[in-house]
Design a protein around this ligand. Sequence first.
Ligand SMILES: [Ca+2]
Ligand SMILES: [Ca+2]
Ligand SMILES: [Ca+2]
Length: 740
Amino acid sequence: MSRTVKNKTVPRLVLAFVLLLLLSTIRVPKASAFGSEEHETITKEVLKKFGFSDNAIEKVTGANLGQDSIICYGPLCPGTSNTEVPDYHGDRLSGETSLQAFDRLRNFISKAKGWVKNNLTKCDVEKAWIALGQALHALQDFYSHSNFIDKGVFTEEEKAEIKKALEDPSYNPKALEKLKMTGWGMKAKDDPEKYHHDEKNKDTSSCPLGYEAYEAAVKAATEHTAAFLRRLKEELKEEDWYKLIGKPKPPAKPPPSVKERTIKESTGKPLLEFTPPDGFFEISIHYSSNWTMGLTVLEGLPNGVILLSSNPEPSLIYTATIGSPDNPPVTLVLWNFTSMEGPIGLVEIEYSIVVTEEAIKYPSVARRCEHPIPGHVVLYGEVLETDANGTRYKSIIGGQQSILFESEPIIEEEHEDATHDPIDVYTGQAAPLESYVPYSDVKNATVSVYPQWLKFTLRLVDQIPERPESFTSLTVGVDKDGDPLNNCPDIPFDGVDTIYSVLYDLEKGFWRLEKSSYEGFWTIPINTGAGFQISEERDTLVLWIPKGELPGLRQALRWKVVTEVNLVGDKAPNEGAYSTPVSIYNLVVKILPRTLVKIGRVNYTADPTGEVRKYLKAGEINIEMEPLVSVFEDTRKIFSRWSDGSSLNPRLITVDRNITLTAEFTTEYLLTVSSDYGGLAQSTWLTEGSIVNISAPTVVNISAGSRVLFNGWTGDVVSSDPIVSLKMDWPLSIEATWRT
Ligand SMILES: [Ca+2]
Ligand SMILES: [Ca+2]
Ligand SMILES: [Ca+2]
């Protein structure tokens, strides 16, 4: 409803972005037109009712307000013509009819609504929010800049027609003939329609038509804002609506023919309230014997997500290849228990969903809009079960969590091992080469350390058969607490206290993962959240261990690899038991939104809140940020210091704990002085709030016998005094005028 425009051409979307970061520093003049209050109240109230997230409300409202404030700040505003975008506010310009002004306004609203839809389809939610804010601003201004609420002009029926016409530029009811839009850019007395803004606006509670008119305008604008959103919701695809309100789509309800049940995770909490521990889903399901189960992941899981199951294994596991993340849903796994002999009561099945590095690069469809940053993955699906009687059950798993992963390991160590080096695993002696099995021969072992995970990658000389003919195990042993006293003393697992074995069970005919710990003897297999994957080429084994299973882990991890095929295998790397540093810390750098910071050798762009988060290993690292950020052509931010007092940029920091560093800035505005004489013309950057005195000579001699006299200052300061004092609360531009 405020309505002044700064006549500068700057791309609007860019401006609106910048606006968000500037809102706190810009002062919107509150002179005759009201500022942001009404737009803000109306918009926030309605968006809230429609369930918009706090973040979405903030962005949409910011863009709505931006329609006034980005283009109107500083003393230039009042009285300046808004020829650039009168469409935004429904202003009727000189020489225009009310209907023409109305057309411009409603065309803009339609256009902005189209931007909302397009950007949602493209997943550019930020832009959709901006477009929605713009559409709503224009819509709301209609009521303060027209005769819509004026008494005795329109019947209720006609009002309904006009509201419809405002949203539909092709609809032209007869009532439009009586519509008047407020005149702007001409004097009130010159207004041919005698409906000038100065006399007829409903912008403020003290508007010329009185409080009642203002109140009615606000009420009508509020109602139409809600109606506009209601229609938009109907027109949008459901998934796009959820993108717009900034919330994840709730899980689908199971069809009525299927019984709903709640799967419990192992701690017994209902799964929907389950927060996955560091990227693992572990779900225990109790089954009778004749049961099949399929897991379908809704919304599409990204590539690289692996589903694992563990003890006891069903007779048949069918694992589908996960397709493109854009082609959900994908059925991942089907378990079939029908070949087990007779009912055996309850069977506990566990399965884990492992999210690998690859998955991190392809965030799932569900949240891609909300978290366009790689590393957020939604696990959200349903389990379909059929029991022996044919009764079907359906459960929703995963809920709406997202998991943050670091796509690169923070620490990685790669170790070569000799090839053709078989040993008798239980004596440690070299074994004869004729007993050599190439898939038990490790040629390379890598440990990768992530914030919440340890990953071991074993590369073997040859392919692991899908169904080996002999007992086969590939084991990673670790010293979980760094305490040598509780480690196993006997080969092959001497020096470690916990082992993770991927082994082939000859009797049952499948691969499984077992964890044991040493308590003076090796325990029977214990539950683990670890998982494994044998590569497609079958020459690499990847083993994931959640760090949470090694709570005693300190700064370094001792580990070793032992493989075995029928008593003969390999220990690796070389003699085994390497110590790898594992300390990881979190660095948070807070700078200006979407600006760059270089951490080490990599540039990162801050998110819309200005944050960059990074996991780092212990040590020293260099941080460098942009020292000067241009916000507008006449407004810039200069780095002043870090929150810990240092003003170095770049600076070296020591990472030995979690660190948060906030950059502090000062704002500078451009002062532009124009003058044809006296050498006054200059452009100077000045710190916000600073005071500057400018003094013009009263007489300038141009040439012999010719001179000019100082006439006065115009622009942001109007004065005939040659000495003016300016306070830099915003960018200023002044010009000296002269007479002969
Ligand atoms: Ca080897
Ligand atoms: Ca130990
Ligand atoms: Ca070896």
